[in-house]
Design a binder for this molecule. Structure first.
Ligand SMILES: NC(=O)c1ccc[n+]([C@@H]2O[C@H](COP(=O)([O-])OP(=O)(O)OC[C@H]3O[C@@H](n4cnc5c(N)ncnc54)[C@H](O)[C@@H]3O)[C@@H](O)[C@H]2O)c1
Length: 291
């Protein structure tokens, strides 16, 4: 089955990035959000990010204009019924996602593939609430979408081969690389990355190193482009904590217990870059370690 049009539900941080890369790759995009303001902001962000790609000579000005012309927006979810592939990228709450699928399903063509960009919710469980578990899968982009080259493709227990191959072809057309993951908590990237970040928090809690020495050690000693605490601030400490809880609850192994220091930062509202304070304080010209 050839996919020509893509519906994106949720026009937040991830949804606007997904609409951006899909439009550049030549897909007709219909972007939906419950908030008209979020849709306007998403279109402005896409435009700004495309302009930056033009100024860096990553794409030509006419390709930017063609991509912008391929993006339409709607506040009516059922309008996405006309598309060949739907990627749900709304707020990470299971009841929100279930409600979206419940509303959307009656308007979908029988062959439309339904996917979710969820970072942590079971694909099999989301699929089971729809009319098409065999045409449902996880389509997990990394943030920021236009920059990161990986997409995790997650098969639920019922996902059929044709659906998987159609999604794989989309990832290829985006010029990105797919990693196939089975449907277990946090999939591949976060299953490995988050325990490392959590361990960096324990290393800090136990006083083995301070914020700067831990980040320097991992940058220079393991050749990571960013230290784990700097990266945690970039991702959002609330997101890191939520994923550790998913691993802990879903796998039931104490090795995934969230570090109390990570919980304390989240309780303080020090969530990283988005609140201007986390393991570093971003309120001045230069980030300053908070421990
Ligand atoms: N932020 C990340 O680094 C990241 C990375 C990979 C995957 N994800 C996943 O992507 C999804 C979206 O995350 P985000 O960071 O873009 O969140 P966000 O908060 O930036 O955006 C969510 C958007 O969904 C909209 N929304 C809420 N309910 C809706 C509904 N019923 N119908 C339509 N739109 C609705 C909100 O108005 C908002 O604009 C989540 O499932 C998250 O787990 C996030």
């Amino acid at each position: 089955m050839e996919i020509k049009s893509v519906g994106v539900v949720g026009a937040g941080q991830m949804g606007n990035g997904i609409a951006h890369v899909m439009a550049v790759a030549g897909y007709d995009v219909l972007l939906n959000d419950i908030s008209g303001e979020a849709l306007e902001k998403a279109v402005a962000t896409i435009r700004k990010n495309l302009d930056r790609q033009v100024s860096r000579e990553k794409i030509a000005a006419e390709d930017r204009d063609a991509a912008m012309a391929r993006i339409r927006t709607t506040e009516t979810l059922t309008d996405l019924g006309e598309t060949d592939l739907v990627i749900e990228a709304a707020t990470e709450r299971e009841e929100v996602k279930n409600k979206i699928f419940e509303t959307l399903v009656p308007s979908l063509k029988p062959e439309t593939i339904l996917t979710s960009n969820t970072s942590s919710i079971s694909i099999t469980r989301l699929a089971s609430k729809t009319d098409r578990p065999e045409r449902f899968m996880g389509f997990h982009f990394m943030n920021p979408v236009p920059v990161m080259s990986l997409v995790e493709l997650i098969r639920g227990i019922a996902t059929d081969q044709e659906t998987y191959e159609a999604c794989l072809a989309v990832v290829d057309k985006l010029g990105k690389t797919a990693a196939s993951a089975e449907d277990f908590p946090a999939f591949i990237v976060n299953r490995i990355l988050m325990p490392m970040i959590n361990e960096a928090c324990y290393t800090l809690l136990e006083g083995v190193g301070n914020v700067r020495s831990i980040d320097e050690a991992m940058k220079l000693g393991a050749n990571h482009p960013m230290g784990p605490l700097e990266l945690a601030d970039f991702i959002g400490l609330d997101t890191c904590l939520a994923i550790m809880n998913v691993l802990h609850d879903g796998l039931g192994d104490t090795k995934y217990r969230p570090c109390p220091l990570l919980s304390k930062y989240v309780e303080a509202g020090w969530l990283g870059r988005k609140t201007k304070r986390g393991f570093y304080d971003y309120r001045g010209d230069e980030p300053v370690p908070t421990r």
